[in-house]
Design a protein around this ligand. Structure first.
Ligand code: SF4
Length: 369
């Protein structure tokens, strides 16, 4: 590197666990690097993702949104609806993934170029949360990113950190320590009279979840119809430092992301019925606009409404449970008999394995890491 080079260090947060843990890791282990943390908000993120990114901003200092930096005067013109019209009312899909390009990568590139132009940077190092236990890949980059000035670094790979290490980093940072649901949950683990630690019974946990569900339903802004069972998973995720969506969905990203499994769509409907309706409305919009037929979020001939009948819903849930149980048995067979370790595995953690997919069938670093 030339002496005259001025390097910009950037780390993109996706709202996912790996990039979040990497941001914490870099702040704690490489404090001398002046890293610019960024999160490109598509405007269609889950509330839990926004909540998590806000917590992260508290941890790492500041998180900028390239969208806001480059489209300050006409942000709404660059949002999903605008892009959908521009793409002739074709919903994005794994084969035509214009959403990531237009809503994540283009703002990022414009932001980088602006910084290079205005602040005199000549090199960019982008830190990516690829772990030591997964294949190396650089993510979803367009050709306009110039490899002459951009270098990708993978500190987790270089330093040998795996998935377990990522979970430990998140647990240690404990971003949700002041979250009301987490505070109530943790109180169950302490004898309120003596202050001694205790293990709550399942009934105690269920009772608390029933109270928390009621509180959520009383909140007018939240039309959620979440079950106590699902809420428990959400609270347990936050209790271990992970974003709440991790209790029911395997990835961050847009509410209507086409990479989610059918079971995740059903859970979206349960927790965020408005977001599910919005996704259905987009299907209606493109149906009306395209006389030559259309693809839905789930592909051709499968509108979201086809998931909604009680019979279909039960079928999807049973199928998911069966697949998850089969996967757990496989995992048990692999575990060392001598140690007999019973590690609690949640389905969101192993969704790709359950459905035999590699990285969500093409999902990538940009949206989910
Ligand atoms: S999360 Fe899904 S829908 Fe959103 S930009 Fe990424 S690929 Fe597209």
């Amino acid at each position: 590197m030339d002496d005259k080079d001025k390097t910009l260090h950037v780390l993109g947060l996706s709202g996912g666990k790996d990039s979040a843990a990497l941001a914490m890791y870099m702040r704690d282990n490489y404090p001398d690097l002046d890293i610019q943390y960024y999160f490109t908000d598509t405007g269609k993120e889950l509330p839990e993702v926004i909540d998590f990114v806000n917590k992260l901003a508290g941890y790492v200092g500041k998180v900028v949104d390239p969208y806001e930096e480059v489209y300050t005067s006409n942000r709404e013109k660059k949002d999903f609806d605008y892009q959908l019209r521009k793409h002739k009312n074709y919903l994005p899909s794994p084969q035509a993934r214009w959403c990531t390009i237009q809503m994540k990568l283009v703002p990022f590139e414009k932001w980088i170029n602006l910084k290079m132009e205005k602040e005199g940077y000549t090199k960019v190092i982008s830190y990516v949360g690829i772990r030591a236990d997964e294949p190396s890949r650089e993510g979803f980059l367009t050709n306009t990113i110039n490899s002459e000035y951009l270098t990708i670094k993978m500190p987790f790979r270089e330093d040998g950190l795996n998935r377990e290490d990522v979970f430990n980093i998140l647990k240690k940072a404990d971003c949700f320590a002041d979250d009301e649901e987490v505070v109530s949950y943790r109180q169950l683990f302490v004898n309120q009279k003596t202050g001694e630690p205790k293990d709550p019974t399942d009934i105690e946990i269920e009772e608390l979840m029933a109270v928390l569900v009621k509180q959520r339903n009383e909140d007018n802004d939240n039309q959620s119809n979440v079950s106590t069972e699902l809420l428990r998973k959400i609270v347990e995720a936050k209790d271990s430092g992970k974003p709440g969506y991790y209790g029911w969905r395997s990835r961050s990203g847009c509410t209507f992301c086409f990479y989610q499994q059918k079971i995740e769509w059903l859970r979206l409907k349960e927790i965020y019925p408005d977001a599910f309706e919005e996704a259905k409305n987009y299907e209606k919009t493109v149906e009306e606009a395209r006389a030559d037929g259309t693809f839905y979020w789930l592909g051709k001939g499968t509108p979201l409404s086809s998931l909604e009948s009680p019979e279909r819903k039960a079928q999807i849930e049973q199928n998911h449970l069966k697949k998850f149980e089969r996967f757990q048995k496989k995992l048990d067979r692999k575990r060392p008999n001598l140690l007999q370790i019973k590690v609690k595995v949640i389905d969101t953690d192993v969704m790709d394995d359950i459905y035999d997919e590699v990285e969500g069938g093409g999902a990538c670093v940009t949206c989910y890491k």
